[in-house]
Design a protein around this ligand. Structure first.
Ligand code: EPZ
Length: 420
């Protein structure tokens, strides 16, 4: 396993390019199961998670070529309906092969993804959605088994106690593309990644409208054809670099970012005294010497993203007051608190909230990454802390941030990667 060594305080300048979206790429790769024709997907990030999804597609019978940032998915004989535990258990996003397999083959056997450090991660809404479309669903031996000769369009309300489900919406939208008749998803997830998936499906000949809003309408079609598609930028990587620039008081340029998808972050930055200059596809950040504290609550899109909560907790640890950070989407997503506290942050957890008392400075320390966004928060803290920080288990970071050390070194960070 690798670890990152960071010497804090090196000034960051220059320019960073945001990679393609991980959370749009995963369901779009799953959507290639809906056709026997060739699909070309461009601007795909080289990540552990995208590698896992490629392995999963190959295990299901697809041929997949990957050169630089372009993935080509082709038929290679019959597709098998079983998504194996070994692969699915390493990446929750694999659950989004359920809908495509079921609607294309009439059956699917997908391992339950299990929980992870940010929460239980149930799939009851996925199951509710495919049952509404007429599937017979059972769970046995840690697998979801779903069968349906032909799915039938239906109206389905797809939100649970914590609001809409991103991958639940993705799964039902994909299943509905080849169902008979019209499907209406009420209280659908509005995330840009869901919109991106719908755009890709429509390129394949699907008939989807309302994506990006809480009501998505899908007219089933007989078949879908191949498509050639360029992935959008990674909204969360973009937001992470904006928060890093603010925390490090650095005004490097962030390129290939659609800042209009980060309005909740922009609003919060205004409250803490940070100004962001956004033009076309690039952004510059101007931060004051002292940041003001500001309390937030995470919500489904367009609310403040839970995937930026850990990074925001890191920046709030260096203000001149107290802020409360509440996560309503994943109330247990606070593994980063203990590690940031090792660096001198003053944070305590109260249920689904973190109470952060700002300090003047953080100091470097050996810390351990626990999940993707927590590790990003630790990197941000290490880059501004006094002294040396060692971050163990950085494979968590490699799941969702492409070439992160190279991007940071190119900005002037004093960072290196070593074998643990
Ligand atoms: C997606 O996960 C993202 N992952 C997550 O990003 C992100 O945090 C999450 O959406 C919320 O925005 C990918 O897109 C690959 P949900 P997903 O279903 O779809 C509850 C990252 O860091 N729920 O929208 O799995 C659930 O417990 C990752 O890139 C049910 O109750 O999340 C949670 O409280 C982490 N029943 C809430 O809904 C269900 O059947 C939102 O979960 C499904 C979910």
């Amino acid at each position: 396993m690798d670890k990152l060594i960071i010497n804090g305080g090196c000034p960051l300048k220059g320019e960073v390019r945001i990679s393609g979206s991980k959370n749009a790429t995963l369901p779009i790769l799953a959507a290639t199961l809906l056709t026997d024709e060739t699909c070309v997907i461009r601007n795909v990030p080289r990540l552990l998670d995208t590698h896992t999804m490629v392995k999963l597609l190959k295990s299901l019978g697809k041929r997949v070529d990957w050169d630089k940032d372009r993935i080509i998915v082709m038929s290679n004989g019959p597709v098998n309906p079983v998504a194996d535990y070994k692969l699915v258990s390493t990446m929750r996003g694999s659950i989004c092969v359920l809908g495509p397999l079921l609607t294309k083959l009439g059956e699917a056997k997908v391992s339950l993804p299990g929980g992870c450090v940010i929460g239980v991660r149930p799939v009851d809404l996925h199951q509710k959605g495919i049952e509404a479309l007429g599937a017979k669903v059972t769970t046995e031996g840690g697998y979801i088994l779903a069968r349906a000769k032909k799915l039938k369009g239906a109206r389905v309300y797809l939100a649970g106690a914590s609001g809409p489900s991103v991958l639940g919406t993705a799964n039902i939208m994909m299943a509905a593309t080849l169902a008979q008749g019209e499907t209406i998803i009420e209280c659908a997830a509005c995330e840009p990644e869901v919109e991106e998936l719908a755009n890709f499906l429509n390129e394949m000949g699907a008939r989807i409208r309302g994506h990006g809003s809480p009501r998505i309408v899908i007219q089933g079609v007989k078949r879908l054809h191949g498509a050639d598609y360029r992935m959008c930028f990674d909204r969360i990587e973009g937001g992470t670099f904006v928060l890093l620039a603010a925390m490090a008081r650095a005004n490097f340029v962030i390129r290939d970012i659609d800042y209009s998808q980060l309005t909740a972050l922009d609003d919060v930055l205004g409250h803490i005294g940070v100004r962001v200059q956004a033009e076309r596809n690039l952004v510059r950040v101007k931060a004051p010497k002292v940041l003001k504290p500001f309390s937030i609550t995470t919500y489904p899109y367009p609310g403040f993203p839970t995937d930026l909560q850990a990074q925001y907790t890191a920046i709030m640890s260096l203000t001149n007051g107290v802020s409360v950070i509440r996560d309503t989407v994943f109330p247990d997503r606070f593994m980063h608190i203990a590690e940031l506290s090792r660096m001198g942050a003053r944070i305590r957890r109260e249920g689904g909230s973190a109470i952060v008392e700002g300090v003047k400075a953080l100091s470097g320390a050996p810390v351990t990454a626990s999940d993707l966004r927590a590790s990003a928060a630790l990197v941000m803290a290490g880059l501004v802390a006094k002294g040396r920080t060692e971050i163990r288990r950085v494979y968590h970071l490699d799941r969702g941030y492409e070439n992160i050390d190279k991007k940071l070194i190119d900005l002037g960070a004093c960072i290196s990667r070593e074998k643990e």
